[in-house]
Every structure is written in structure tokens, then in C-alpha cells.
Design a protein. Structure first.
Length: 115
């Protein structure tokens, strides 16, 4: 039997300032920014599904995502796009094919929202 399961527990995102990243991601995801900061460089965003692990120790300009490694879900792509625009998030694309758009976090990580 294989000791490694086919389940993802978390996805790491390299960030330069752990507290700023915690606050920014918590704000756009509607999460409280009250969780524990681990080891001075890790903050885990409690998600439905795999958690997002913000980590300032792994940050360097070379480690920033230049392609989306995962996608955030939305039931309404138009509302999601308008929300991100209202939050002054750097939008990299418009809504493509009526289903998705890309944006950047404050460190330049390329991320995606998909319907």
C-alpha cells in the first residue's frame, strides 16, 4: 500500500512580508487575520479544501509565481472581477472565455479566479 495519499493539504505561496500578505489575502478572501504566525515566517489561510500557506522564508523574486499554480473558485465571475477591481488588485487579464481571470498579489505572484 502506498503511504502517500492523493490529497493536497496545502499550497505554498512565497511572500516578502508575512504580515502584509496575511492581511491582504485575508481581506480578499473574507477571512479573519487572527490565526497563528508559525516560526516567524508562515501563516496558514484556512480554506475550504487545501490550505494556502504563505511563507516569507521561501520568498525571492525568482520564486514568485509567473503562472498560476492553482485557481480560486467563484460562482459569479463578473462579481468576482468587479470585487477585485474595487479592491484595487492588479488585474492582469480581463474575464477570459466567460470563465476566468488572472491577477497579481502584492509580491507579483500570478493567481487565477475561475468559475
Amino acid at each position: 500500500m502506498n503511504p502517500i495519499s492523493n490529497k493536497i493539504n496545502g499550497v505554498f505561496i512565497p511572500v516578502s512580508d508575512i504580515e502584509n500578505a496575511r492581511d491582504w489575502y485575508s481581506d480578499i478572501l473574507g477571512l479573519p487575520a487572527t490565526g497563528e504566525l508559525f516560526f516567524g515566517h508562515i501563516y496558514v489561510l484556512p480554506m475550504e479544501g487545501p490550505d494556502i500557506v504563505l511563507d516569507s522564508k521561501i520568498y525571492s523574486p525568482e520564486n514568485v509565481y509567473t503562472v498560476p499554480a492553482f485557481q480560486f473558485h467563484t460562482d459569479d465571475i463578473d462579481k468576482a472581477y468587479a470585487f477585485m477591481k474595487m479592491k484595487n488588485v492588479e488585474l492582469v487579464t480581463g474575464i477570459e472565455n466567460g470563465h476566468w481571470f488572472n491577477f497579481k498579489d502584492p509580491d507579483g505572484n500570478l493567481l487565477m479566479v475561475c468559475k
